[in-house]
Design a protein around this ligand. Structure first.
Ligand code: DCP
Ligand code: MG
Length: 396
């Protein structure tokens, strides 16, 4: 049985605890950071003593003053918190090469490389916790999990000052209500509820791709893998081809373009990448070459959505010369693997592209084509894995 290896660490009542450390006279008192009780503005954090009165982050200061009239209100001193935060991350990086900062006082640490040491992962966590507390002078809480989400939720349970490990992590997370998931905001929540989705397992069952996009990244087995997966490897992908004979017929040119986009879209779907911009390239028979590009409304891998924006670009380029074309190409840029969920506009096109990709994967690339692509049958041999173009240049 493998041990949990994702550690999440979070400083307890960070800003308030920092102030208490600087002024020991405040120890044990309800300390509220954010401003004076009669000021506009909100509480940025409250000591645990103040939290007992119902004061919490984000609450209006006046409201906090009503709930906790004897509270000690302080303006924040951010240069101090910044310095402590720097120390915090520096200290963590001594324990693992993979430390992912989440906010000023919160990090994921990959412990998977620590199996060399004889000690159990629990001992390692307790040593890290002690070292950090000694180093920065503040209490922290630690959560241990098989996934980042599990570790984060464990920290919540560990607060204040503890270490917690959730051993039935998977079941626990599946049953959670979506509002408990960090990263799902109130807006998204309303949309999902409208779709009848309230819990994590329902999202997974009803819309796997959405689940993957919203919380799937927490399930990478380690912060390192997570990081690797989020770093875009190439900033653009392109497909282009030179024709057998120069072409004048717009439909035939479109047919080539459709095929190139088909290849590109399938590639993006398989990699889980979204394109933010599309560029079309043409070369006329006199070798004059032109490109035109446009930003997509929303990063997407949808064939339909990219196609809709590509055709006007092509038409614009075809007007540049009264000559037949020798080459057409398409490139997608501004690649991202992480897109905010909210604009649902292009989801339908994406569902279609995913379905088509799945069919192609199972039955061969040529098992399904758009009507546009069929003209190519007349010019090129069609094999199971695609049309045999004269020249096909893949991503450079
Ligand atoms: N913060 C803020 N405004 C918020 C939330 C947080 O300014 N709405 C700041 C103050 C916190 C720090 O970020 O001290 C860290 O946020 P946490 O959510 O980790 O909260 P705390 O560390 O204060 O408390 P906890 O013990 O719950 O972690
Ligand atoms: Mg904290």
């Amino acid at each position: 049985m493998i041990s949990p290896f994702v550690l999440h660490i979070d400083i307890d009542a960070f800003f308030a605890a920092a102030e208490v450390m600087m002024r020991p006279g405040l120890k044990g008192k309800p300390v509220i950071i954010g401003g004076m009780p009669d000021e506009r503005g909100v509480v940025s954090t409250a000591s645990y003593e103040a939290r007992e009165f119902g004061v919490h982050s984000g609450m209006a200061l006046r409201n906090a003053a009503r709930k906790c009239p004897d509270g000690i209100f302080l303006r924040g001193r951010f240069h101090i918190y910044e310095r402590i935060s720097g120390q915090f991350f520096k200290c963590l990086s001594r324990f693992s090469p993979v430390v992912e900062a989440v906010s000023v006082d919160e990090a994921y640490i990959d412990l998977s490389g620590m199996t060399y040491f004889r000690s159990s992962v629990y001992e390692i966590v307790s040593r890290i916790k002690d070292a950090v507390e000694k180093n920065i002078g503040l209490k922290v809480s630690a959560g241990l999990g098989y996934t980042k989400l599990g570790a984060k939720l464990a920290t919540e349970a560990a607060k204040p000052g503890g270490i917690f490990f959730m051993d039935d992590e998977k079941e626990f997370i599946s049953g959670l209500s979506l509002e408990k998931i960090p990263g799902i905001g109130p807006h998204t929540l309303v949309i999902l509820q409208g779709m009848g989705i309230k819990r994590v397992h329902e999202l997974r069952e009803k819309n796997f791709s959405l689940w993957k996009r919203v919380i799937g990244h927490y399930f990478y087995s380690s912060p390192g893998e997570y990081r690797k997966n989020r770093e875009p490897k190439t900033r653009s992908f392109s497909r282009e081809t030179t024709f057998m004979n120069d072409i004048r017929d717009r439909n035939m040119i479109l047919s080539h373009l459709a095929y190139l986009l088909d290849r590109l879209s399938v590639y993006l779907v398989e990699k889980g990448l979204y394109a933010g911009r599309v560029e079309i390239k043409v070369r006329f028979s006199d070798f004059s070459t032109f490109t035109a590009r446009v930003s997509l409304d929303l990063p997407t891998y949808s064939y339909q959505d990219i196609w809709k924006r590509s055709v006007p670009l092509l038409d614009k380029l075809l007007e540049k010369r009264k000559l037949p074309l020798r080459l057409v190409g398409i490139k997608v840029e501004d690649i991202t693997d992480n897109r905010s969920l909210l604009p649902f506009v292009s989801i339908r096109g994406e569902e279609l592209s995913r379905t088509i990709t799945a069919i192609k994967k199972k039955h061969g690339f040529s098992s399904i084509f758009t009507a546009r692509e069929f003209l190519l049958n007349r010019v090129y041999p069609v094999e199971k894995e695609g049309v045999v173009l004269k020249t096909a240049s893949l991503t450079k």
